[in-house]
Design a protein around this ligand. Sequence first.
Ligand code: UTP
Length: 298
Amino acid sequence: MSAPRAITKAVIPAAGLGTRFLPATKAMPKEMLPVVDKPAIQYVVAEAARAGLNNVLMITGRNKRALEDHFDRVPSLEATLEAKGDMKKLGLVQDATALGDIHYVRQRDPRGLGHAVLCAKQHVGDEPFAVLLGDDLIHEDDDLLSFMIEAQKKTGGSVIALMEVDPEQISAYGCADISHVKGADYVKVEGLVEKPNAEEAPSNLAVIGRYLLHPRVFEILEHTAPGRGNEIQLTDALQELAIADGEGAGVHAVIFRGRRYDTGDKLSYLQANIALAVENDELGDSLTTWLKNFVSSL
Ligand code: UTP
């Protein structure tokens, strides 16, 4: 096998309806909900940039304006901050625009994650690419993408990320049946099933929102029928890729043991805010003191 082409493009789907977070997401994508002081999606774009993925394509849906505006420049605001000499806030405002080269494509109807990824076909072309879900936040000290990139260099094909969950929670995720690869720090994916019942699940390994995909996935997504929830499921296309033969076939996985938050889920969103605020230079000490008192008063 010749070495696969280096991955430079990241696709960030952010066109879901975010129904679990209504009414907050009625007029705003859930990816724009703030975690401490930044929209959740800014952490995801920053993670892509750290892994060298500076060419970003966002898949947007209704209410896309807030997303585009956030990653665009605001000359009047910048000029005001500069005139006031508030360079710290100026830097914070400019951070989001300096993360990479950001492009947008519209998913007209939210027909599922698989369909959102298919909307990236023209931009991505015939090269391997990354998909980072805009509502999945991976702690920046717990690197995942670079391990996945290393694995993908060795295996070719596609690489996904898995995380162990309590068996009763597996019905909220895609679930993987895996086999071990001798001497490797990644595993082989033998099969995938979207949101199985706990009794039918092949494991407690849940698919989380980071993927390195071979462009062959587009060919498969083009004929993938709507599956669970009547949505075109990326999991179903990956299942086909896992058992296919030939160029671009095969799916491997890295098992992630770090901190991950689903900011589209209310409980996980609150946990992300507390965990990151406790580590924040400005807020950490006072929040920790308050939290200790608060908890002991319960
Ligand atoms: P979710 O499974 O969280 O679905 O999507 P959702 O519809 O956004 O949220 P709920 O369940 O109604 O609360 C996972 C990721 O895929 C994107 C979402 O924006 C999120 O980043 N997505 C999902 C799309 O871009 N398009 C879709 O059609 C579906």
